[in-house]
Each structure stands twice: as C-alpha cells, then as structure tokens.
Ligand binder design. Sequence first.
Ligand code: EPZ
Length: 421
Amino acid sequence: MERLIIKGGTRLEGTIPVSGCKNAVLPIAVAAAILGDGVSVLHNVPNLTDVRTLRAVLEGLGATIKLKDSTLYIEPINHLEYEAPYDLVRKMRASIYVLGPLVAKLGKAKVSFPGGCAIGPRPIDLHIRGLEHLGAEVTVEKGYIYAQAERLVGTEMYLTGQYGPSVGATANIMMAATLSQGTTVIRGAACEPHISDLARFLNTMGADIEGIGTSVLTIRGVKQLRGTEYTVISDDIEAGTFIVAGAITRGDVYVKGITPQQIPAISEKIVEAGVELDWDDKGVRVTTPREIKGIDISTAPFPGFPTDMQAQIMGMLCLASGTSIINENVHTDRFIHTAELNRMGADITVDGGKAIINGVPNLSGAPVMASDLRAGAVLVAAGMAASGETVLSRVYHLDRGYESIEKKLNNVGANITRVKD
Ligand code: EPZ
C-alpha cells in the first residue's frame, strides 16, 4: 500500500492542468468497445486506475484496447463473450455500464452485481427497471445479474429514483436504446456534463439522440454504430478540487482546461464563500484575497452542487470565519471524511444527512485515511493548508480518479511525497 506524506503550510502558485473526465471516459469506452462495429480512438483519456480496470473488463469481453499516452485505441468485441466477472466488477462499480450495451448488441449479459461502497448502498434498481422497460428479461442469481432479449424495443420511461436522476442508469439505458427497435424517451434523465459527453460520442458513432443536456432524452434506434474518433471533455470534479486546493492554501493558481458551463454550481458557491474566480477562454484564476466565509450547500444532481465536490468544499469551509451547513442529498453515507478532518482539528458535527462545520483558525497535520477518492482529495487539500505533516494512507482510492495528483500539486508549490508501506 502507498501513502502520501504532505508537508503543510504550502501556498499554491502557478498553473494546474485538468485531465480528461473519468466519469465520461468510462461509459464512452464501454460504448466504443461493445456497441461499435469498428475501431474507435479516444483522446484526452486520463491515466487512472479506473480506466485500467475498465480496460481489463472490456478485454475480458473480447475487445482489444491499447492506451498510448492519453489516447485509447479500442477494437470492439467480436465474439459472444458476455460475462463481466465478480473479481473485476467489485473493483469498480462503473463496470455495470456493460449490462445495457451487451443486451443491445448480443441479446444477453451476465454481470456481477456491483457492491456498495463507503458512500452508500449504491443500488441498481433503476438500471434493471430501465432494461425491463426496453423488453429485457432480467434476473438476479448468486450475485450475478442475467439479462436477455431477442431485440430491445424502444419505449417511454421515467428513470428518476428516490434520490433523483441516476447518472449510471441514464448512461446504461441510453446506450442500450441506441440499438433498440423504435424510439426511446427517457424522462427524468441525468444531465451531468459526462452524460452529455456520452450522448455526443454516441451520435458521432451514428446514434440518433436528441435532448442532450436536458432531463428528457429521445433516442431513435439505429441498425448499427460505427467506430469514431473523439476527444473526451475535461474533468469538472478534478477542476473543482484544484480550485478548492488553491483557495484553502490562499494561493494564486490558474486551473487550465475548464469552462464555467461545466461547473456552474461549484463556481457560484466558491465565489459566495469569498474566493475570487477570474475566467478566460482556457480556464480560471483562483485567488483568496479575503477571509473565507461560512456558506450553506445542498448537493443535488446537475446543474446543482455535485455530491462529488462535497468533501472538497467541506475541507475549505473548515477554515471559514463562520459556520457552514452542508446537506448531502445524493449519497446517504458520504460523511466519512468528517471524522478524518476532525482529527486534523476541524470542528464538524454530522446530524443525519447534514454536516455543521464551525470554522477554525487552522488545521494541524495528522495521520489520516482515505475512505473514497473524494475523501482522499479533501485530506490532501487539508494537509497542504495544515501546519505540520499529514500522512495519508489508502492512496489507492485517490489514484482511481486523480491522475498523478501529487505531481500536479508539487508543480505549483506543494510538498507531497509518495512512499510505499
Ligand atoms: C455516478 O455514480 C458517479 N460515478 C459518482 O461519482 C457520482 O457520485 C454519482 O454518479 C452522482 O453524481 C461514475 O460516474 C462512474 P447515480 P452512479 O446512479 O451512477 C441512487 C466519483 O466520486 N440510485 O447517479 O452510481 C444512488 O444510490 C463517483 O467519481 C438508485 O436509487 O450514481 C444515489 O443515491 C462516486 N437506484 C443516487 O441514485 C439506481 O438504480 C445517484 O446515483 C441507481 C442509483
């Protein structure tokens, strides 16, 4: 296992480049490998553990995939392997994205039931319900999902659950609908930037999707999808993480490769807290001339404040001059990082889905543990702002979603060393 040793009291200054979007490249690679009839080339692919895990899942299904620098070359599956095994699916929940495309392409799929994780139970009832709406027969046995259909048939459906729209279910069903007979209308669809990027990618393969960026997606089924070449959007959550890192260290950083349209709520809330954002056509300069103010945040599906930024902004609000309240409305257990922040001297109380953060004058370094990739991110940011040394364990969580995070941060003045246990 590896750890990061973070020397505190560093002020970040300089340019931090944003990599390609993890949550876009995962479903896009699935679509290229299963739905396409020809080779696809994806640019701006981040070098992440999750991308390597997905590559193993897709190669297990018969695809041939090469990753060179930040380009993925994907030759689609060409035989009837239709099982995504437990030992791979358990490593990454997004493996569930193969379910819909396999049924649409091969008429059947056997996918291990994805487990829960540190942030909540992570059910997939909406994925299953959506496939049943398209006419698939779905059963769950001995930890595996079995789905089959002679031919999927388009229909209208409402795909929002008790916690709002589902990114994963929207991706799964939209991909399956591209090769279904007739027209599918998904109401209550997720409209995160990575869902729009997936829809645009599918259309470059020859799909016929309308309503991109809205909560009503209309997908007219086509006979086949061709290979294509595509550049994946930049990662909104990585960009938001670097904006917080600049603010929490009261630095002066330029986050390069992001647009305000990708992070409307993050920008709004960061500015409300007193941080200055100066946008140009390539990115944003982050400065913190005044005290950080306490603010209230409720996480919500896009364009609301993303749950994947909840931990990071909480870290910044630990050093605010007032009290903040964060309501986590998307994932039921996403406050595990509060205990680690409190070990660093923060003053956070959790009451059900709400966290109350009383700002403190400073944080002090401590040995802490990452429980998921965004919790890891906030502990790196807090460690840079704290006095003394922070040792972060379970760094593998971070590597799932952040491409060489310590290199990018050390380039702008951080002092982070990766050590093997
Ligand atoms: C995606 O997960 C992201 N992962 C998550 O990012 C992100 O937190 C989440 O969307 C919300 O934005 C990827 O894109 C790979 P959901 P997903 O289905 O698709 C409930 C990160 O940090 N739900 O939108 O699994 C679910 O329990 C990761 O990069 C059902 O009830 O999330 C949750 O409360 C962590 N039934 C809510 O909906 C279902 O069938 C939103 O989940 C599916 C989901």
